[in-house]
Design a protein around this ligand. Structure first.
Ligand SMILES: [Zn+2]
Length: 309
């Protein structure tokens, strides 16, 4: 069996607000050619300079989200949830257009992006997908937080531990997730981004989270979550951390064959891990994908593609 490249069949758009900027933006996803990869384009700026490849080399800010830049002052931020959906569904080629500098947060998870991609139709392209095979362990640390990437066979896994000892509602939790399209949609994509009630004012003072509300962020207090509907699923906090890591790791340029072990990691360490991996050519090789178990199309979308084509 082989893994083929994938894009979407039809263009699709949505409108939403940025979590940090609060600005209303229109997002359009467009099919892309074989080997095009994932690219973001700011359509509110004229000229080709506003096209940015979804690549770790272009990451410029990881304070509270992952932000990429063309190096000329044109940024696109909070890309990680869409990147996660693309990684989770095995989409390798896509042109993403945005009318502002921050992606729409939608409901704070990647479920709406998964829905949009399915509405557009996911199609295989007649070219083999590539992957990055990890050959040597790579680790980066920051205090007691760390993230390690180990060699693994025919799989991409994330074993993540989060520890919010100072907030009992989140507490300590861990999840060992093996990437697979159906499991991603059901177990990871619905998990929303979260924050601590006591940190909101500080984040707002940094000029961030202007678009945040209980409709798109889980807010935790010591007593529980402020969102009236409560948690969507058990372990929603750690599932969101896995969602973010799946998105950040896709900035490698291809899916990864490897196993991540992480504790208290976030966008900053995720970014440093990729930079460390690619620093030394002995750490990895780029080969045809053997991740059939991760990216085999789920039965229902194989059928919907057959009907539509
Ligand atoms: Zn997130």
């Amino acid at each position: 069996m082989t893994v083929l490249q994938k894009t979407i069949k039809n263009e699709i758009s949505c409108v939403g607000i940025g979590l940090h900027s609060g600005a209303k933006v229109k997002l359009t996803l467009k099919p892309a050619a074989i080997d095009a990869g994932i690219t973001f384009k700011r359509t509110d700026i004229s000229g080709a300079s506003a096209t940015i490849a979804a690549h770790y080399d272009n990451v410029v800010d990881t304070r509270l989200c992952t932000c990429i830049s063309d190096g000329k002052g044109h940024n696109i931020s909070t890309i990680e949830h869409l990147m996660s959906a693309l990684h989770g569904l095995g989409i390798t080629n896509l042109n993403i257009e945005i009318t502002g500098e921050e992606m729409p947060i939608l409901d704070g998870s990647s479920a709406d992006f998964v829905f949009l991609l399915h509405c557009a139709g996911i199609v295989e392209q007649q070219a083999l997908a590539k992957m990055i095979r990890v050959k040597k362990p790579v680790t980066v640390k920051d205090g007691d937080a760390f993230i390690t990437l180990l060699p693994a066979r025919d799989n991409f896994g994330i074993d993540f531990t989060l520890d919010y000892a100072h907030c009992p509602t989140i507490g300590k939790d861990s999840l060992d997730f093996s990437l697979n399209c159906a499991a991603y949609e059901n177990e990871i994509a619905p998990a929303r981004t979260f924050g601590l009630a006591k940190e909101i004012e500080q984040i707002r003072n940094m000029g961030l989270a202007k678009g945040g509300s209980l409709k798109n962020v889980l807010i935790a207090t010591n007593e529980g979550v402020m969102n009236p509907e409560g948690l969507r699923m058990k372990g929603e906090f750690v599932r969101h951390k896995v969602l973010d890591a799946i998105g950040d790791m896709y900035l490698a340029g291809y899916a990864i064959e490897g196993q991540i072990i992480a504790s208290k990691s976030g966008h900053h360490l995720n970014d440093l891990l990729l930079k460390e991996l690619f620093k030394n050519k002995a750490n990895y090789e780029i080969v045809n994908s053997t991740l059939e178990d991760s990216f085999a199309p789920a039965k229902e979308w194989t059928e919907s593609v057959a009907v539509g084509s």
